[in-house]
Write a new protein. Structure first.
Ligand SMILES: Cc1ncc(COP(=O)(O)O)c(C=O)c1O
Length: 447
């Protein structure tokens, strides 16, 4: 074990503990973080190292408190350290933490997910990335086809085939979006602009007999929140069906958050269609690494051990993670979603008022209980629109909020996440912070 030498301690005495920890972490971890966006690269400054969190509040290692609008990037629907989730987890941990054999909470969580969504069956994995990767493998195995269609600006985890997002027209093959992904890794991925029906129609007209699946975020949340235009997801589902491809709806972010039944509860359930496969994560793990993919029984039966498509995981369906997810979903009743709607309305209205008063171009967009604030006044319906934001205004706004005790996601391309624990005191702190942050954004606009 290393540790900090007395000299190093003396040298760091005048800096915050977060700064000191960042220095230490950087020496042993790229960027000092284990997921890039945590590093504050887009907004500048030092990421706060968090010591603890309760309800709507984060406490950093320097003792500063923040209203948390990250909520672990979605999972903490009930807020942090919810007593009933904590108790269920503590009880499960006392019995052991991983067996490599099936357990009761796995079956119960699967039943809960099947009850809330249109999937017939699910298979558990540990991350959303694994879920989308496995869903695509299953779609390819089921259809015997090799191509995948995705949309620019939709994030499905860091799966090689899905990191393609740049520069390709409807019928052209994509280039890799990151070094380390060989061209062959994305050569079978078609990347289309979101909301572009003509591009979808053309892609299927040209490649329809080779397309295994189309994957989309059920409502994009990784280029800011974009509500799918009425009928768009249904159009995608229908187009896939017409060409014998599978429609994969990625609800890792929207699942059990946009509504009790995810984004599907807001469109598919109303319009009477269902995806062939779906992916879930975040909320269903209750703050632990748990995710899932699921769908039509005839497709899911192609998975090993029943079928030939191999997929496995040492910690898949981990009893602690599934216990936390089960406790979370059982607590996530109508009252929780009603609270998220109400609290969201309060924050959205106040943010729009503060930014308007300061003269900062902005737009607020929602999908169910999810929402984000765009730093552009153009309605955003695709990645090009999201990219037209004034990111320097956002960075100034972000720091204005942070200084006033509100921790937003450090990116202009993310939703603002609330929980059922965001009570009047937490919301008031947000409301109090907004005008100053908006003025800071105004000062930075167009810099
Ligand atoms: C829609 C969507 N799909 C997949 C993922 C990947 O999930 P994970 O980060 O658990 O691998 C994310 C993560 O943010 C996501 O938002």
């Amino acid at each position: 074990m290393g540790g900090v030498s007395p000299d190093a301690t003396a040298r760091t005495a005048s800096i915050t503990r977060s700064e000191a920890l960042l220095q230490r972490a950087r020496a042993v971890t790229p960027g000092g973080v284990n997921s890039p966006v945590r590093a504050f690269a887009a907004v500048g400054g030092t990421p706060r190292f968090i010591r603890s969190a309760h309800g709507a509040w984060l406490t950093d290692v320097d003792g500063n408190e923040y209203v948390d609008l990250i909520c672990s990037w979605g999972p903490m629907l009930l807020g942090h350290a919810h007593p009933e989730v904590q108790a269920a987890v503590a009880e499960a941990v006392a019995r052991g933490t991983s067996y490599g054999a099936p357990t009761e909470p796995e079956a119960e969580l699967a039943e809960e997910i099947v009850a809330r969504t249109p999937v017939d069956m699910v298979r558990f994995v540990s991350t959303g990335t694994e879920a989308t990767m496995s869903a695509i493998r299953l779609a390819r195995g089921f259809t015997g086809r090799d191509m995948v269609v995705k949309f620019t600006g939709c994030y499905h985890g860091h799966v090689d085939a899905l990191l393609a997002a740049a520069g390709s027209g409807p019928a052209t093959l994509a280039l890799p979006g990151t070094p380390g992904v060989p061209e062959s890794g994305t050569a079978l991925t078609l990347v289309l602009p979101y909301h572009d029906r003509a591009a979808v129609t053309e892609a299927f007209a040209v490649h329809g007999d080779r397309i295994a699946c189309l994957i989309t975020e059920a409502a994009p949340g990784n280029m800011g929140v974009i509500e799918p235009e009425p009928g768009f997801n249904e159009f995608l589902a229908r187009t896939c069906t017409e060409h014998g491809a599978l429609f994969v709806s990625d609800e890792v972010m929207t699942g059990f958050r946009a509504s009790k039944h995810g984004q599907w509860g807001l469109d598919g359930a109303v319009e009477g269609w269902r995806p062939d496969l779906m992916t879930f994560g975040k909320v269903m793990g209750g703050g632990f690494p748990a995710a899932a993919f699921g769908g039509r029984a005839d497709v899911m039966h192609h998975l090993a051990p029943e079928g030939p498509v191999y997929q496995a995981g040492t910690l898949s369906g981990n009893p602690i993670a599934t216990t936390a997810g089960l406790a979370t979903l059982r607590l996530a009743d109508d009252a929780v979603y009603a609270h998220l709607t109400k609290a969201g309305d309060v924050v959205k209205t106040a943010a729009a008022e503060a930014l308007s008063a300061a003269g900062v171009p902005h737009g607020v967009q929602s999908a169910g209980t999810m929402f984000s604030v765009f730093f552009t006044d153009r309605p955003v319906r695709d990645f090009d629109g999201a990219s037209s934001q004034d990111t320097s205004a956002f960075a100034a706004f972000f720091h204005g909020m942070l200084d006033a005790g509100v921790h937003l996601p450090p990116s202009a391309y993310e939703g603002w996440f609330l929980s059922s624990a965001h009570d009047d005191r937490a919301l008031q702190t947000v409301l109090d912070a907004l005008p100053g942050a908006a003025r800071a954004a105004a000062a930075a606009t167009g810099m």
